[in-house]
Design a protein around this ligand. Structure first.
Ligand SMILES: Cc1cc2nc3c(=O)[nH]c(=O)nc-3n(C[C@H](O)[C@H](O)[C@H](O)COP(=O)(O)OP(=O)(O)OC[C@H]3O[C@@H](n4cnc5c(N)ncnc54)[C@H](O)[C@@H]3O)c2cc1C
Length: 413
């Protein structure tokens, strides 16, 4: 920690060591008079899940954090396709522009985590620290109580504890997340044999049924990823809130995709028994404020916007949050009230735009489905489901340059 006598001293407790927590710690460790701790519930930092996409927006924030050059593993995605999983018909193909300094990649989640960890200063991560409750101690700060019986106190708690956030549940007791109906099964497997089975598997692609899809993509280092998902009406199906990264059997996963092409079913069956992990997707409404308890608590990442993987860029959003939070504290010399107000001013409208976009998309899809009449065919339902980029400019997400957003905002202050 660097010390500057004219800057307020701040004890910051980050709860959660995912991309949001690690990025926040890296960014905060570069500003004076901030003592940072990360409290993470697991005993060994090991990412669950399989792959992760790193697009332009995520590269931008990784550059600002000084981490971009450390992330060297990944498969470049220059084309992606959408196909009918039953017939193999190609429905949409997008060629990615090749003019970026860093192309979009799909990498293993563990590679992103290792790259971030290399930049987290030594000694600030405390493992096996599961937060169970917090207490507002007024001017003394916030008391954090952990499952192992220990207690620590901080001036500012950063809730980076993901979509099932205990920090959010404590400081926003009325907030609720609900099962979206989507269940995702993910696994990694050696990719050479997969591509031999069907050369189209060399291209990153979604293979669709009307309410399911199988995503296949190389992730680098000879490995590939399968992320298969199924949607069931949440009005009639429920899921356990803790169902996140739990092992499931091959037979169970394969039974969801029986109508798919034989080569896709083969690939599903090649996953080693015990390697499939199930993720039940939960989502929650937009928050009106990202801070609570008189600016002693702030949320970043999935805890702050429970969008459940929508946009496939949540790690990027989480890291942008952490970087902006640190810049705002630096700008206002650790005056949390002014800094958190600036943080909210930048991040709240961004998340509001995402929620609005998803609501629009849902309406649009329902209308298109209704237009097919009472008994749409399998293939028509698949066609309606495909989201193409046509008509909707998504550069505000996938090309977001958080450094520029920051500069533009402070130029108006
Ligand atoms: C199916 C799916 C696919 C996705 N694909 C992509 C993608 O391609 N690209 C992308 O950028 N994003 C993707 N995302 C989103 C991305 O995974 C998340 O948005 C991102 O991991 C959020 O980071 P985070 O740090 O906010 O939370 P998390 O990654 O959830 O990390 C939270 C951390 O907090 C810890 N924790 C939780 N509770 C406690 C507690 N009580 N005490 C202490 N520690 C605690 C957890 O152990 C964990 O380490 C996907 C998400 C899903 C569901």
């Amino acid at each position: 920690m660097t010390i500057e006598t004219s800057v307020q001293f701040l004890r910051v407790a980050i709860v959660g060591g995912g991309p949001g927590g690690l990025a926040t710690a890296i960014a905060l460790s570069k500003i004076p008079n901030v003592e940072v701790k990360i409290y993470e519930q697991v005993s060994i930092l090991r990412e669950v899940g399989a792959g992760i996409s790193i697009g332009q927006n995520t590269w931008n924030v990784l550059e600002l954090l000084g981490v971009a050059d450390t992330l060297t593993s990944g498969h470049v995605i220059d084309v992606h396709m959408n196909l009918n999983g039953k017939t193999g018909e190609e429905l949409h193909r997008q060629v990615k522009p090749g003019d970026f300094k860093r192309p979009q990649i799909r990498t293993q989640r563990t590679k992103l985590q290792s790259a971030l960890l290399e930049h987290v200063p030594a000694g600030i991560i405390e493992l096996s620290k599961k937060l169970v409750r917090m207490e507002d101690k007024g001017r003394e700060g916030v008391e954090l109580h952990f499952k192992d019986g220990t207690v620590s106190t901080a001036d500012l708690v950063v809730g980076a504890d993901g979509i099932r956030s205990v920090v959010r549940d404590t400081a926003w007791p009325d907030y609720e997340i609900k099962f979206t109906g989507t269940t995702v099964w993910r696994a990694l497997l050696p990719w050479d044999d997969v591509v031999k089975r069907d050369p189209r598997f060399a291209t990153t692609a979604w293979w669709h049924g009307p309410t399911t899809h199988v995503w296949l993509s190389a992730v680098g280092e000879g490995l590939g990823e399968i992320a298969a998902r199924n949607w069931q009406d949440p009005a009639t199906h429920s899921a356990n809130k803790v169902s996140w990264g739990v092992p499931v059997s091959n037979a169970y996963v394969e039974s969801q995709f029986e109508e798919y092409l034989p080569q896709i079913r083969d690939v599903l069956s090649w996953v080693k028994e015990g390697d499939w992990r199930e993720f039940a997707a939960f989502a929650g409404p937009e928050l009106a404020q990202l801070t609570a308890w008189d600016d002693k608590v702030v949320l970043v990442g999935d805890a702050s916007h429970a969008l459940s993987g929508a946009f496939g860029s949540g790690a990027g959003f989480a890291m942008e949050d952490g970087w902006v939070l640190a810049q705002a504290l630096r700008y206002y010399r650790n005056d949390v009230h002014r800094a958190l107000s600036l943080f909210g001013r930048i991040r709240l409208p961004y998340y509001a735009r995402m929620y609005a976009h998803l609501a629009d998309q849902a309406t649009h899809r329902t209308e298109r489905l209704r237009a097919l009449g009472d008994t749409p065919s399998y293939d028509d339902r698949v066609r309606v489901k495909i989201i193409t980029d046509g008509g909707s400019d998504m550069s505000w997400i996938y090309k977001n340059d958080i450094g520029r957003v920051w500069e533009e905002t402070i130029s108006t202050l």
